[in-house]
Write a protein that binds this ligand. Structure first.
Ligand SMILES: [Fe+2]
Length: 205
């Protein structure tokens, strides 16, 4: 396992809009294998996982902080560190975190996240090449999605996906995942983060 501090030496750049930030982790070979194994193992745990028959991915493995996995803790800490450093906040409170597993036929319709200021997605395993499963923003408030006229969303766009990319965006930004048709599971991790805790359970909201 890498033993660096969570945010050390990370180069953070905006992508497409000043509010969308991207960083690429250089040390993915050190922990991706164990992290993928952990997600696929915990996908069988009924206490952590919910199945969706493909319409928001095939399944979500919730509560990254409960996984008892050093690699998961590392990514969890890096997500919180990016939130604090980029938004200049003293605290990073995770309202909900999860891994999404996509298999052939899985997709996710356009949606926003709620109960948080920022959402983060980490590309853990993109699955098979040229098999879809692209993360795209589709929001008329983002200029990059409105190539023809301001305020008219005609161009869903997203960064070129690579394993090890962590991306942060305002939680209200509408985004989607195109249908995935590969055979190897496509796995991402997500966080909804604010600088203060909210009452209630996000999974029952
Ligand atoms: Fe989402």
């Amino acid at each position: 396992m890498p033993n660096d501090s969570p945010a050390q030496n990370l180069t953070v750049e905006s992508w497409g809009d000043p509010s969308i930030l991207v960083t690429q982790f250089p040390d993915t070979e050190d922990f991706h294998g164990r992290l993928i194994e952990t997600v696929l193992r915990l996908e069988q745990d009924r206490n952590l996982t919910q199945h969706f028959d493909g319409y928001v991915g095939e399944s979500k493995v919730y509560h990254v902080e409960r996984w008892d996995c050093p690699a998961a803790r590392l990514i969890d800490e890096r997500a919180k560190a990016l939130f604090k450093s980029a938004l200049k906040k003293d605290d990073a409170v995770v309202d909900l975190s999860w891994a999404s597993v996509y298999r052939a036929g899985s997709y996710c319709l356009p949606h926003s996240h709620f109960r948080s200021a920022a959402s983060l997605v980490y590309f853990l395993d993109l699955g098979d090449e040229n098999a879809g499963g692209r993360f795209l923003f589709a929001d008329p408030r983002l200029k990059i999605c409105c190539k023809h006229e301001p305020g008219r969303m005609t161009s869903p766009v997203g960064p070129e996906p690579r394993p090890g990319i962590l991306m942060m965006f305002p939680s209200q930004c509408v985004h989607m995942v195109t249908p995935y048709q590969g055979s190897r599971p496509r796995i991402t991790m997500s966080w909804n983060i604010d600088d203060k805790a909210l009452p209630g359970d996000p999974l029952s909201s």
